[in-house]
Design a protein around this ligand. Structure first.
Ligand SMILES: CC(=O)N[C@H]1[C@@H](OP(=O)(O)OP(=O)(O)OC[C@H]2O[C@@H](n3ccc(=O)[nH]c3=O)[C@H](O)[C@@H]2O)O[C@H](CO)[C@@H](O)[C@@H]1O
Ligand SMILES: C=C(OP(=O)(O)O)C(=O)O
Length: 455
């Protein structure tokens, strides 16, 4: 079985570079479908399983894609299918983000209900409410959604019941090519929303107010390809901040943007971790004795749910009792049971976990129950006595570029075992591809030249 082995007890030191943000690049790649002319070049694209999934979705819809040296080139002058393949959509929640661009571009889409990490029921009612307000006719049945617009989508005033990241992004993309102006009230404010808006604007779109609760999108006739640099991954950066703090380390996280990490920085400082912010990154220095703090997850600019499990690992290494309250997803404490295998003292009461720090963590066989849980278990293992074996790596591979290599470069004793053969991490690093290669297409789709339904 593929696994990561960690021997705890090493203090991490040095510099680690943050990759492009998974949660920014996925909607950005989906938005590339909006351009009828010219290529888009997206820079700092992290080589992650989720990125491969979205590029396979785009390819199945007719986009041409090449990838070289962290740069992805996409052109989609012709959309050839309105059906996003089930086997790709079920793998990852963000693949549902092609719905908005397809509706805007060709007025028709058939897509299955999305999959992704099982951290809650994760409905898509707010996405659909937005599309309906813009004139889409939607039918649901047998796990699929079909939507079409007899004419172009029309600008509308949309109020989101919850400040959903995905719904804000999907509606923003649909509105970019709609007739008239759309406003999204109670919009999500995450940095990834701002990054998507910047890309849409570089493509000739007109989005204002991204990063606030009210976004205004003036629809345009046509959009073109554009070059865009993806923002650094704030969750990956936050994970290395925790990895440094939990080992009493001193690590410079190159590329991390402090403004994107304010709630994480503030909690670490309350715990007694020293944070030095600079223009090109964040230095995180800690001793072995940390204070307990309470944490409550909230939409941005609150404490990110995607950092909750890593933060819980750090609280296990603190002195005292902390309350961790998860308000964004109703089932995001699955890692607690895995931490308990490492001698963690945690009790869950509804949406709050009572974390009592101070007991010595011990190595164990544990399983990543979702993407961030996997990273959190690795963080705990860095502090634990003895060896920890982490399985369930398909979750971690969705969102972390070479986590074993990056941690090993900071002095962690960590390596990855592929199936039966143990490969020391330094030897496992493959040379970068020398020339542009198209990504593998998982499934060939029948070529069907799709014209807008209103053409
Ligand atoms: C690819 C990506 O960017 N994923 C991120 C995105 O997920 P995602 O976009 O799926 O998360 P949302 O912001 O949509 O979800 C937030 C809350 O709203 C609820 N909801 C959402 C949509 C909807 O139509 N109806 C509804 O009730 C969800 O169940 C959840 O309780 O934001 C989450 C919250 O910051 C992060 O944890 C994910 O890492
Ligand atoms: C929950 C996450 O991703 P997704 O929304 O793609 O499941 C995550 O990035 O932590």
């Amino acid at each position: 079985m593929t696994k990561i082995i960690v021997r705890g007890g090493q203090r991490l030191t040095g510099t680690v570079r943050v990759s492009g943000a998974k949660n920014a690049v996925l909607p950005i790649l989906a938005a590339s479908l909006l351009a009828t002319e010219g290529d888009s070049v997206i820079c700092d694209v992290p080589l992650l399983d989720d990125v491969m999934t979205i590029q396979n979705v785009l390819a199945s819809l007719g986009a041409q894609i090449t990838y070289n040296n962290d740069k992805m080139r996409i052109s989609a002058p012709l959309i050839t299918s309105f059906e996003a393949p089930y086997e790709l959509i079920r793998k990852m929640r963000a693949s549902f983000l092609v719905m908005g661009p397809l509706l805007a571009r060709i007025g028709k889409v058939r897509i299955s209900l999305p999959g992704g990490c099982a951290i809650g029921t994760r409905p898509i009612d707010q996405h659909l409410k937005g599309f309906e307000a813009m004139g889409a006719e939607i039918t649901l049945g047998q796990g699929f959604i079909e939507a079409s617009t007899p004419t172009k989508l029309k600008g509308a005033k949309i109020y989101l019941d919850v400040a959903s990241v995905g719904a804000t992004e999907n509606i923003m993309m649909a509105a970019a090519l709609a007739q008239g102006t759309t406003t999204i009230e109670n919009a999500a404010k995450e940095p990834e929303i701002v990054d998507l808006a910047n890309y849409i604007n570089a493509m000739g779109g007109k989005v204002r107010g991204a990063g606030t609760g009210m976004i205004r999108i003036e629809g345009v006739e046509r959009m073109h390809g554009a070059t865009h640099n993806v923002i650094p991954d704030r969750v990956e950066a936050g994970t290395y901040m925790i990895a440094s703090a939990i080992t009493g380390g001193d690590v410079f996280i190159e590329g991390a943007i402090a403004d994107h990490l304010t709630p994480v920085i503030s909690k670490l400082q309350e715990m007694g971790v020293e944070i030095l912010e600079s223009d090109n990154g964040i230095r995180v220095r800690a001793g072995m004795s940390l204070k307990a703090v309470d944490v409550k997850t909230l939409p941005h600019p609150g404490f990110p749910t995607d950092m909750q499990s890593q933060m819980m690992a750090l609280l296990l290494a603190s002195e005292g009792t902390s309350l961790v309250t998860e308000t964004v997803f109703e089932n995001r404490f699955m890692h607690v049971e895995e931490f308990q295998k490492m001698n963690a003292n945690i009790k869950v009461d509804g949406r709050t976990a009572i974390v009592t720090g101070g007991s010595k963590l011990t190595g164990a066989k544990v399983c990543a129950t979702d993407l961030r849980a996997g990273a959190a278990l690795i963080c705990a293992a860095l502090r634990a006595d003895g060896e920890t074996e982490v399985t369930g790596l398909h979750h971690i591979d969705r969102g972390y570029v070479d986590i074993t290599g990056k941690l090993a470069s900071l002095g962690a004793q960590i390596y990855r075992v592929e199936a039966e053969a143990a490969v020391p991490v330094m030897a496992a690093k493959a040379a970068p591809a020398a020339e542009a290669v198209p990504f593998k297409r998982e499934k060939e789709v029948a070529v069907l030249k799709v014209q807008p339904t209103w053409a």
